[in-house]
Design a protein. Structure first.
Length: 309
């Protein structure tokens, strides 16, 4: 609206009357008001921009972490494998060698590089006496061994204690390990633990009396037959004939004046008579008694000819 009395013109802007002039300051104020009216970018819009960047950064961080984890695992696995190769495997090989040496000991003569010692070693290996036994345990305390032996005998298991410290309990004998497998399965049910063991004796032809040499052939024959029959196997007629022939050869030998050898011969004769009785009566108890006599004979034999070490 215009005032008649003056040259001032006023206009209403935002509900307020302002003087209208052609000066630039008014235009400036209007522009400033318009700028103030323009909406400012909100904080949520800025956060959205940041959120758009975060998946890329997160994926990059995840890849870096995965790479670091893979490197660490590769280092740990490589270190562990190296430790196993350098420490565990050599120990296992060493343990296997010790076990083989214990079961199949080398005679002391073979360590001598001279030709005479090598010849003596070959002679001992060719003529040495070998059998296999079932061992029911080894004890450092002789009284404990005796108590367990009585327990085995009450279960109708033959047993003999061999050695002093330690004391080993033998509960069956055969000419080889295979013959004792079936007996071992039976005895496992009545014993704490069993182990089939190969025995080799350090004796040569020059050391053994004729009665001992003849007794070794007879012993292996009786051990084989009694073990096979006790394991529910069959024995051919030829084996019985050979047994009779070996026994005649054995009793024809002169008996030396040695208490251990005398006991050995006595147990051998008893074992033979029991085995022949079984052939007639077919009573298993006679086989167990045969095995008991053979174990006693083996104990006397060990007293004369020690085991190889």
């Amino acid at each position: 609206m215009m005032d008649k009395h003056g040259q001032e013109i006023t206009v209403k802007i935002n509900g307020k009357e302002r003087p209208f002039t052609t000066d630039k300051p008014i235009e400036t104020n209007i522009l400033e008001n318009e700028k103030e009216a323009e909406p400012r970018p909100s904080a949520s819009f800025q956060q959205k921009k940041r959120k758009k960047r975060s998946p890329i950064i997160g994926a990059l961080n995840a890849r870096i972490k995965s790479a670091i984890f893979s490197i660490m695992m590769a280092v740990i696995i490589g270190t562990s494998f190296g430790f196993i190769v350098l420490n565990v495997i050599p120990k296992e090989k060493e343990h296997s060698g010790q076990t083989l040496e214990t079961e199949l000991p080398v005679p002391a003569e073979s360590k001598d590089p001279t030709g005479q010692a090598a010849e003596s070693a070959n002679e001992a290996a060719a003529s040495s006496f070998t059998v296999s036994v079932i061992q029911a345990g080894v004890f450092t305390d002789r009284e404990a061994a005796a108590a367990y032996a009585r327990q085995l005998q009450s279960s109708a298991i033959p047993v003999v204690a061999v050695g002093e410290k330690p004391v080993a309990l033998f509960i069956a004998v055969g000419s080889d390990k295979q013959q004792l497998q079936a007996i071992n399965e039976r005895y496992k049910q009545k014993t704490h633990s069993t182990y089939i063991k190969f025995l080799s004796f350090a004796s040569t032809d020059r050391e053994r009396k004729p009665v001992i040499k003849a007794g070794e052939a007879l012993y292996r024959e009786m051990a084989a037959i009694s073990a096979i029959l006790l394991g529910k196997g069959d024995v051919h007629k030829e084996e019985w004939k050979k047994l009779e022939s070996d026994y005649k050869q054995f009793i024809s030998q002169t008996l030396p004046n040695d208490d251990n050898i005398k006991r050995y011969v006595s147990h051998m004769k008893a074992a033979y008579n029991l085995l022949i009785a079984y052939k007639t009566n077919q009573q298993e108890e006679l086989l167990q008694k045969t095995q008991q006599e053979l174990l006693e004979a083996l104990k006397s034999y060990i007293a004369v000819f020690p085991l190889r070490s």
